[in-house]
Structures are given as structure tokens and as C-alpha cells.
Write a protein that binds this ligand. Structure first.
Ligand code: ADP
Ligand code: 5GP
Length: 266
């Protein structure tokens, strides 16, 4: 059996047990016997583990057509939530990837729309079970991106927008090298502070913490694909929309575009 055949067989086997996803370690932790899988594949335990890991964290877009993954990062208070929300309104085909967090909801935030608000025990369980594509601690709270959700959307060719901090963005870049990484900067530190204060969501000590972290985070802007300075919200939205449109027209999208054109041929 060559490697490609082995993969095909592996994927077929996993379709038989979709409810358990494809993490061999989790299956074993839950007392599920993975020996039949090994036997059917005629491979050793170590190789099965490796395939399971690769399968869970593989970026399907490099092998087959997938949705676009757009990651937006910015120091807290810059305006990235505002920009992302408006972007979702003007590009209906784009889906927001809802993260999990242990922080409490701000006024107006909804469970399942802005975040999945869960407690720390549940978050830690998800970490242990390998449910996150990435996760990080920010200002004393935990934040994570659901691996299964991202994979499901991308595999269904749905473009997704993620709002994650630079650490999370860096892990995502390793797993999704075809992703588009956008950093939003505030016009100045004074403006950033004014926006944070204006939002009124943080007490003074938390506000200081967010401002201090902003300095470190801004240095990360250097490795992103695009940088937007959020002066006027309309201009920032224009910039993000232009990035999205340009990426949709990239050469690597040609097979998809051609397919769509030729499909309608009589
Ligand atoms: P982030 O998600 O980056 O933490 P928010 O989107 O919550 O930031 O924005 C922080 C505050 O700044 C909010 O009160 C928002 O209304 C305001 N804001 C965002 N963008 C702008 C802008 N371009 N000009 C003025 N105020 C803005
Ligand atoms: P906030 O509490 O202001 O909504 O978010 C705080 C920080 O957490 C922001 O920098 C935001 O981008 C980041 N964040 C939100 N969701 C995620 C996530 O799923 N993963 C990571 N690593 N960071 C996230």
C-alpha cells in the first residue's frame, strides 16, 4: 500500500466513526480499542498516531479546494471587533469563526454569536481533548478557536474571518499557511486609550494591562500580510474588503473560478 492509498483507507475508516473525530489518543483515553483500525490499515501504532495528528491539523486547502481563512488581530481597543462585525454585514458569504472564552460577556454580547462563553473547567477539558486549533491566555482569561468548526467551514468552501491575538495567529499560520493575516493598528496610543476608555468595558487596572500589552502586540504587525491603520472606520472597512476581494481573485483561485465559469457551458 503506498502512502496515498493508506490515507484514503484511513479517511474511509474514519467515516465509519465520525462521532469520535479522528484523534486516536482521545479514542484510547475513552477506552476505545483502536487495534481494528491498526489491523485494517496494516500499520503500526506509532504511525497511526502520527496520521491522526496530521489529519487533525492538516490544512485541507493545500490538497483540495477550501474556503479562505482570514485572521484579524489588533491590540485591544483598536476597533477590530467593530470592523469585523461591519465586514460580516457587507459580505454575507463570509462567516465569523466564533471563539470560546472564559471571560464574562460584555453588554450586548451574545453566547454563540460573539463568543461561546464557557467556564474554565470546560475550557481545560477541550484543551485536553485537542479541540482547539489554537488557544491562548489573554488578560487572565482563556480564548480558543475550535478546530472542528474551522475545518468544517473550510472543507465546505466557506470563507471565514477569525479574530485572534498575535500568538494565536502565529499558530494558525503554521497550520494554515494559505491563510490571510491582517493586523489592525490604532492611529496612536492616545487614541487607543481613548477608545478603550470610551468602550467603558474595563476597570482601570484591566485597561492599563490592555494598554501595556498593546505595545508588545504591535511589534507582531511586522509578519502579517496586511496592515490597516484604523483611523476612520469606513476607510478601514474599505481596506479589509479590498484585501478580501483581491485574495478571491488570486491566481491560486483560478481552478475554482474556471470551474464556475465552465459549469454553465451548454
Ligand atoms: P477591539 O475589538 O479591537 O478591542 P472595539 O471594536 O471594541 O475594539 O472598539 C473599541 C472602541 O472603539 C469601541 O467603542 C468602538 O466603537 C470604537 N471604535 C472602533 N473603531 C473606531 C474608529 N475608527 N473611530 C472611532 N472609534 C472607533
Ligand atoms: P476581548 O476580550 O477584547 O474580546 O479579546 C481579547 C483578546 O483575545 C483579543 O486580542 C482577541 O483578538 C483575542 N482572542 C479572541 N478570540 C481568540 C481566540 O480564539 N484565540 C486567541 N488566541 N485569541 C483570541
Amino acid at each position: 500500500m503506498n502512502n496515498e492509498e493508506k490515507w484514503e483507507k484511513y479517511r474511509n475508516l474514519l467515516r465509519e466513526i465520525p462521532q469520535i473525530s479522528c484523534n486516536i489518543k482521545i479514542m484510547q483515553d475513552r477506552g476505545i480499542d483502536t487495534l481494528p483500525l491498526e489491523h485494517k490499515l496494516e500499520i503500526k501504532q506509532g504511525e497511526l498516531m502520527k496520521m491522526s495528528r496530521e489529519c487533525r491539523h492538516s490544512n485541507s486547502s493545500s490538497n483540495k479546494e477550501s474556503g479562505l481563512l482570514i485572521v484579524v488581530s489588533a491590540p485591544s481597543g483598536t476597533g477590530k471587533t467593530t470592523i469585523c462585525k461591519k465586514m460580516m454585514e457587507i459580505i454575507p458569504d463570509l462567516r465569523f469563526s466564533v471563539s470560546y472564552t472564559t471571560r464574562t460577556p460584555r453588554q450586548g454580547e451574545e453566547h454563540g454569536k460573539d463568543y461561546y462563553f464557557i467556564d474554565e473547567a470546560e475550557f481545560r477539558r477541550k484543551v485536553t481533548e485537542g479541540e482547539f486549533a489554537e488557544w491562548a491566555e489573554n488578560y487572565g482569561h482563556l480564548y480558543g478557536t475550535s478546530f472542528v468548526e474551522v475545518k468544517r467551514l473550510l472543507d465546505n468552501k466557506i470563507d471565514i474571518l477569525l479574530d485572534v491575538d498575535p500568538r494565536g495567529a502565529k499558530s494558525l499560520k503554521e497550520k494554515y499557511p494559505d491563510g490571510i493575516f491582517v493586523f489592525v493598528l490604532p492611529p496612536s496610543i492616545d487614541v487607543l486609550e481613548a477608545r478603550l476608555r470610551g468602550r467603558g468595558s474595563e476597570k482601570d487596572d484591566m485597561l492599563r494591562m490592555r494598554l501595556n500589552k498593546a505595545m508588545d502586540e504591535m511589534r507582531e504587525a511586522l509578519w502579517y500580510d496586511y496592515v490597516i491603520v484604523n483611523e476612520r472606520i469606513e476607510d478601514s472597512l474599505d481596506a479589509l474588503r479590498s484585501i478580501y476581494i483581491a485574495e478571491k481573485c488570486k491566481r491560486k483561485q483560478v481552478p475554482r473560478l474556471l470551474q464556475a465559469v465552465l459549469k454553465n457551458r451548454r
